[in-house]
Design a protein around this ligand. Structure first.
Ligand SMILES: Nc1ncnc2c1ncn2[C@@H]1O[C@H](COP(=O)(O)OP(=O)(O)OP(=O)(O)O)[C@@H](O)[C@H]1O
Ligand SMILES: [Mg+2]
Length: 363
């Protein structure tokens, strides 16, 4: 039995006309770091709150450590939760904020001291321990909120967008700190975010949701390389994967604007049928360099650059191709200017084909 098991979990809020979470089944192993990711309103927080016990489960079963939890009160589920809006007590110092929950739980004073000292050290808050929240930076406050959770003896951390009100730079450093902390403490963690980069960089496995339904569960690179459907393909990865409406006939792909590309036999045989598809290709698999252009020269394409995002380490070139706006990710050495005509090839080995109706991945 897995450490956490969700079996066909549903949530319908009172008065709502549809389910907010539908038929979620998921096994989570001890010490795993799991990210729930998906667009706003897809049911991430609702699922997390059902695991925590803050929301009733409409249908289905939840097990933690072999015990059915549906009717168990949140305080008896052995969890610690970090919310997006982690209200710290403004009149209490850092150490008081961290110890407050333990005092309420009637933990002996010497044990509280040991735990708080440990948390303060792990979180690098030594020099701030007697400061009040208003005299801390956002990242330091966030660490205090984490401190309150990690001092509790718990095998399961639930975090709901804990970094969403930090600026971009702090988010990156806190992302690293939470990952480090997880390696150090080893507690099973479920982390909710709408930021696919957080999910990709932090999680052992990602659960990607849309409209209350789990779309795919897997390791970050498995989702990146083998998305189960067009939604996952578009959600994971930045800039977004390019999508084209195409027709496959024999080994020729025809795009909406009449552009044609020849597919290798290995792809057409895997595809198994002809007709209409959605072709997906990531920006980094549209190649402008001489070597790749030489390899795929029979299918060389051209377009005019409409916009350039200079990222420092690389550039994103925007242009129209195949009847759709497209983006190629190129190295910083391949600079193009707006208005330049570029030549490029699409690496056929990196193409994804989705069914036009179901949007499920075909290969
Ligand atoms: N208390 C509630 N009563 C009724 N409907 C709710 C309630 N809480 C959430 N919902 C609805 O359930 C759906 C899922 O909401 P949820 O908060 O789980 O989304 P989320 O994925 O966490 O989104 P976000 O990224 O915006 O936090 C939404 O359509 C939302 O409007
Ligand atoms: Mg939410």
């Amino acid at each position: 039995m897995s450490f956490i098991e969700l079996k066909n979990i549903y949530k319908k809020y009172p008065g709502a006309d549809k389910n907010s979470v539908s038929d979620v089944s998921l096994n989570i192993e001890e010490k795993e770091f799991i990210a729930f990711v998906g667009p706003s309103g897809c049911g991430k927080s609702t699922t997390l709150r059902m695991i925590a016990g803050f929301e009733d489960i409409t249908a289905g079963e939840l097990y933690i450590d072999g015990q059915k939890m549906n009717e168990v009160a949140p305080k008896d589920r052995g969890i610690a939760m970090v919310f997006q809006n982690y209200a710290l007590y403004p009149h209490m110092t850092v150490e008081k904020n961290i110890s407050y929950g333990l005092k309420n739980m009637k933990v002996p004073a010497d044990e509280i001291k040991k735990k708080v000292d440990w948390a303060i050290k792990v979180l690098g808050l030594e020099e701030y321990r007697r400061r009040k929240p208003k005299n801390l930076s956002g990242g330091q406050r966030q660490r205090v909120a984490l401190g309150r959770a990690i001092v509790k003896d718990t095998k399961l951390f639930l975090m709901d967008e804990p970094l969403s009100n930090l600026d971009a730079k702090l988010r990156v450093s806190m992302r690293n700190e939470i990952s480090k902390l997880h390696r150090q403490i080893g507690s099973t963690t479920i982390y909710v975010t709408h930021d696919q980069i957080e999910a990709m960089t932090m999680a052992d496995r990602i659960v990607i949701m849309k409209d209350g339904i789990v779309q795919q569960v897997g390791k970050p690179m498995d989702l990146y390389k083998h998305p189960a459907n067009k939604f996952v393909a578009g959600f994971i990865g930045s800039p977004q994967m390019n999508f084209y409406n195409v027709t496959v006939s024999g080994n020729v792909v025809t795009f909406e604007d009449g552009s044609k590309i020849t597919l290798p036999e290995s792809i057409t045989s895997k595809l198994g049928r002809q007709g209409e598809f959605i072709l997906g290709i990531r920006g980094e698999d549209i190649k402008l360099d001489a070597q790749n252009i030489d390899i795929f020269k029979a299918d060389k394409q051209s377009a005019v650059v409409e916009n350039v995002e200079v990222m420092g380490n690389e550039n994103n070139l925007y242009f129209t191709f195949g009847g759709a706006s497209s983006v190629a990710r190129v190295s910083k050495y391949e600079v193009s200017e707006i208005g330049d005509e570029i030549e490029f090839v699409l690496n056929p080995m990196r193409m994804h084909f989705f069914d036009k109706d179901t949007e499920l991945c075909c290969i």
